[in-house]
Design a protein around this ligand. Structure first.
Ligand SMILES: *[C@@H]1O[C@H](CO)[C@@H](O)[C@H](O)[C@H]1NC(C)=O
Ligand SMILES: *[C@@H]1O[C@H](CO)[C@@H](O)[C@H](O)[C@H]1NC(C)=O
Ligand SMILES: *[C@@H]1O[C@H](CO)[C@@H](O)[C@H](O)[C@H]1NC(C)=O
Ligand SMILES: *[C@@H]1O[C@H](CO)[C@@H](O)[C@H](O)[C@H]1NC(C)=O
Ligand SMILES: *[C@@H]1O[C@H](CO)[C@@H](O)[C@H](O)[C@H]1NC(C)=O
Length: 453
């Protein structure tokens, strides 16, 4: 969505949005910084699991459409293909998800991003009278229904849905809570009912709803109408909000959608991935079954990061209960990419039924050595040792930072080595971590009963 057109009208709106967002944020949320739980300091005060892994908002915001009991898994076309999509590549991707075994591991959504539709709606007018005049006011591209591009999707979306469903997979589509999509296709603002109906008639299972050309209207006003419209179709459709975190969606979007982007778009660099991870971490207390924080889709396999960096990306996304939406060309993965995306022990952390977002719990004074952790079902914890610097480091996880009593005896399983590496360890454990690398573990306390989470 960074690919802004040089159409004069778009340039104008583009400038307007950030200004609006800033002013709005300043008025409505003056105390966001105060609500964000900081990384606990090492101040000798005893920490408990419930103080570290605050879940006070967990389950209180619920769209209640029965979906997203665990974070969504699948694939999306944008990060690799951008606008260069067609029905052939979508079908071949569905085939590849099956033949590689990725589908069997849970990657079931095949999500088409921007550029599937024609530049204009057709002439079939079926707008309700309340929005009709408003819509005419904006422009004639608003008349009629969305139409799949006849050049790139000649068989239509319904045929594609049938194909994808025939393989036991689900089909996702894309639109925008604005006048246009980011690639300047017709948006769904003021067309929520028509568009939801057509998506349902095509048997679509998932909608990603972007934020371009939003006319400066409050996201809290623009996103709920599509929830209502999807619900009214009677078809269960996953609703993925993509408002880029501009209006702190964690605070309100759980009642609206099944996941909400917390940040700007990711890109295939270490700088972007780490920035996005840290931003998403702030909202951990708000995620839970039914609605998840979304730090954007995976870049694993796209070539801009090293193998250790991609392992870190996948480990931290899984630990943060982020959607695992593959963003590479699954028809042509390297062995390393395949090895990362098919780590079933790490996928199991992401899909754990407890559904508590893990978070950053310890940062060493060197600014390099980070410990991220989260509770899992069965009284277990997942722990990631993440080296944010460009020299190998020994990183130590201290029980106190994990909310365990230091006398608790723990067994440690390494999720990248697929081995039990330590037994009966107390107080802390440490490991050597490569530059920009991340080691990931499950800790099983041998003699503690946890009833507080
Ligand atoms: C479909 O898209 C893929 C990926 O961009 C491209 O390689 C292929 O040539 C396209 N096929 C057609 C028929 O346009
Ligand atoms: C519509 O919303 C109601 C109330 O939240 C919910 O019970 C129902 O399952 C929803 N239906 C669909 C199709 O999402
Ligand atoms: C990628 O993201 C980083 C960090 O957010 C940003 O500084 C950079 O400009 C982005 N690069 C591109 C090509 O968008
Ligand atoms: C497969 O990916 C490699 C890079 O990993 C690339 O060089 C090659 O062109 C790709 N092949 C196809 C058919 O896309
Ligand atoms: C756990 O077991 C160890 C010995 O294995 C013991 O020293 C410690 O006191 C026990 N801790 C708790 C919390 O029961």
């Amino acid at each position: 969505m960074e690919h802004w057109s040089n159409h004069p009208r778009m340039a104008k709106i583009h400038l307007f949005i950030p200004l609006f967002a800033l002013v709005h944020a300043a008025i409505l949320y003056p105390t966001v910084a105060a609500r964000v739980v900081p990384v606990p300091a090492n101040d000798n005060q005893e920490q408990t699991l419930s103080s570290i892994f605050d879940i006070s908002k967990y389950g209180t915001l619920q769209i209640n459409n029965g979906l997203a009991q665990t974070p969504q898994m699948g694939w999306n076309s944008w990060n690799f293909f951008a606008c260069d999509i067609n029905e052939t590549v979508i079908k071949e991707t569905a085939d590849a998800l099956i033949s590689t075994g990725l589908a069997e591991m849970g990657y079931i959504y095949v999500n088409i991003d921007d550029c599937w539709s024609t530049l204009r709606r057709d002439s079939k007018v079926s707008l309700d009278s309340v929005t009709f005049n408003l819509v005419l006011f904006f422009s004639d591209v608003h008349l009629g229904q969305l139409v799949p591009d006849p050049e790139t999707f000649p068989s239509g979306i319904r045929a594609l849905a049938d194909y994808v469903h025939g393989k036991g997979l689900k089909l996702g589509i894309y639109s925008d809570a604005g006048d246009f999509t980011c690639q300047v296709r017709p948006g769904s603002l003021f067309h929520e009912n028509d568009d939801a109906e057509i998506f349902a008639s095509w048997e679509v299972d998932y909608l990603k709803f972007d934020n371009c050309f939003n006319l400066g209207i409050d996201p809290k006003k623009r996103y709920p109408p599509m929830r209502e419209a999807l619900n009214a179709t009677g078809r269960t459709i996953f609703y993925s909000l993509c408002e880029w975190g501009v209006d702190d969606p964690a605070l309100w979007a759980g009642k609206v959608g099944n996941s909400w982007r917390t940040t700007d778009d990711i890109n295939d660099t270490w700088a972007s991935m780490t920035t996005v991870a840290d931003l998403n971490n702030k909202w951990a207390a708000y995620a839970g079954p039914g609605g998840w924080n979304d730090p954007d889709m995976l870049e694993v396999g796209n070539g801009g990061m090293t193998y250790p960096e991609y392992r870190a990306h996948f480990s931290i996304w899984a630990l943060m209960k982020a959607p695992l939406l593959i963003g590479c060309d699954v028809r042509n993965m390297t062995a390393e990419t395949y090895n990362i995306l098919t780590n079933e022990e790490i996928i199991a952390v992401n899909q754990d039924k407890l559904g508590v977002q893990g978070r950053k719990v310890q940062v060493a004074g060197d600014g390099c050595s980070e410990v991220w952790a989260g509770p899992l079902s069965g009284n277990r914890l997942t722990v990631a040792l993440w080296n944010r610097c460009s020299k190998a480091k020994t990183i130590k996880a201290v029980w106190d930072a994990l909310g365990l009593e230091s006398s608790t005896s723990v067994s440690v399983r390494d999720l990248w080595k697929h081995q039990d590496v330590l037994q009966d360890v107390v107080a802390s454990f440490s490991a050597q971590v490569d530059a920009h690398g991340c080691e990931m573990y499950i800790l099983t306390p041998q003699n503690v009963s946890r009833s507080d989470i």
